[in-house]
Write a protein of this length. Structure first.
Length: 414
């Protein structure tokens, strides 16, 4: 088939949204002839990768707005407005492309955001939207423990989603989509509320086979003090204050244990002070921002991943830990709750901060007291990642989805 992929974020050898865009291109190029619309700023990295591993049946369309229309955009500043304008430009480029080659299907893959429009839904061909996320929310009972910065962030995020629900172009994208792919059940509900007729929960995150094999080769630790690990940006919604307070409770029962935190961000100083006030000096170590290879080394030196995120569509770090055979303790929220099962880790209900802290501490204790359970969960985690999150298998499933959509569209046309 002739397929157009819209991937605003698309870069090789990256995680998060740039990795999502790139990996969907690589996978669907196995089956179809692709035209990929992406930002011109991604071109250098893409062409460098293509020089090593060509994708001969992919046609790249690099698009950016004129300089006069983007001079005000710097980093994250203005990105949402720029993205909407870029989507409009992508539509006109795609419409001309359709007239030239006759597209069979259009697939929007990034941004992974349900409350911002994709004008490509206006094209007269089947439209696949997603996987998109963003429907996950921090429970209101947790807001009272946030800093002013965190409360402002959550308030603006809710405001943005509310405006998205009122945006006629967002509703149009949802209603015209032959299939909406939602990263979590929470986003699925929001897509249906916008008018999507067919919605499937389909995880955003995935892992290349070579990464799964590399992490799968890490041995399970059998000696040394028990170590918990968290990786991620030190921002309020990652919930590291909850895990620190939980570890403080747990450490009273298991004083020889340690908690390592890898990452950096605006919350770091506050979290370091909290650890000191909780009497965790020498037990908690902040490693800061380090290279991925070093971070994987830290993962190899730890036993359990703790990921108490309040809202997270993807949860890539959970997949990496699972591939390495490490059980995951997370809140029963968002993407991590979809990835982690009872066999691979422990999901803690998020009713109130006090309840969550107590149950996170109990989960730590449960895994500390039962090494065999850690091993069983670790092995189940490895198998789940291989079975459900390897990019090659996700690509095969999406290929089947494409075929079903185009066949259905042909039947309806007849």
């Amino acid at each position: 088939m002739r397929v157009l992929i819209s991937a605003y974020a698309c870069e090789p050898d990256k995680g998060s949204e740039p990795g999502v865009g790139w990996n969907w291109v690589v996978q669907m190029a196995r089956f179809h002839e692709l035209w990929v619309i992406t930002r011109a700023t991604n071109r250098a990295l893409i062409e460098k990768s293509l020089a090593k591993e060509p994708l001969p049946n992919v046609h790249w369309v690099y698009l950016d707005l004129p300089r006069w229309a983007r001079f005000w955009k710097k980093g994250r500043r203005g990105v949402h407005l720029y993205y909407c304008l870029w989507q409009l430009g992508a539509y006109f480029r795609a419409r001309k492309l359709h007239q030239q080659v006759g597209l069979d299907l259009v697939h929007h893959v990034t941004f992974v955001n349900y409350w911002m429009p994709s004008f490509l839904a206006l094209l007269p061909v089947p439209f696949v939207w997603g996987p998109v996320g963003g429907g996950e929310s921090a429970p209101r009972s947790f807001w009272r423990g946030l800093t002013l910065r965190g409360k402002v962030y959550e308030g603006l995020r809710d405001l943005g989603r509310s405006s998205g629900r009122l945006d006629p172009f967002v509703r149009l994208a949802a209603q015209r989509a032959a299939l909406g792919l939602a990263t979590t059940p929470q986003t699925e509900k929001r897509l249906r509320a916008l008018g999507s007729r067919q919605v499937l929960v389909f995880a955003e995150a995935g892992m290349p086979r070579r990464d799964i094999e590399e992490l799968g080769a890490l041995p399970i630790r059998e000696r040394g003090r028990l170590r918990f690990l968290s990786l991620g940006r030190l921002v309020h919604f990652k919930g590291f204050e909850l895990s620190l307070r939980a570890f403080a409770r747990f450490a009273r029962r298991c004083p020889a244990s340690e908690y390592w935190i890898v990452g950096d961000g605006p919350e770091r100083r506050r979290l370091e002070k909290l650890a000191q006030n909780l009497g965790l000096t020498g037990k908690v170590r902040f490693w800061g921002m380090i290279a991925r290879s070093e971070a994987l080394g830290k993962l190899a030196d730890c036993d359990v991943l703790v990921h108490p995120s309040l809202h997270d569509s993807g949860g890539w770090v959970c997949l990496e830990a699972m591939a390495a055979g490490r059980p995951v303790i997370c809140l029963d929220l968002g993407g991590p709750a979809f990835q982690v099962t009872e066999q691979t880790g422990i999901k803690v209900p998020a009713n109130t901060p006090e309840q969550a802290v107590a149950e996170l501490a109990n989960s730590m204790l449960r895994l500390a007291e039962d090494p065999e359970l850690r091993v069983r969960m670790g092995e189940a985690s490895r198998q789940r990642v291989k079975r459900d999150f390897e990019w090659g298998k996700k690509g095969e499933l999406m290929h089947q989805i494409y075929g079903g959509i185009v066949t259905q569209a042909g039947d309806e046309a007849c």
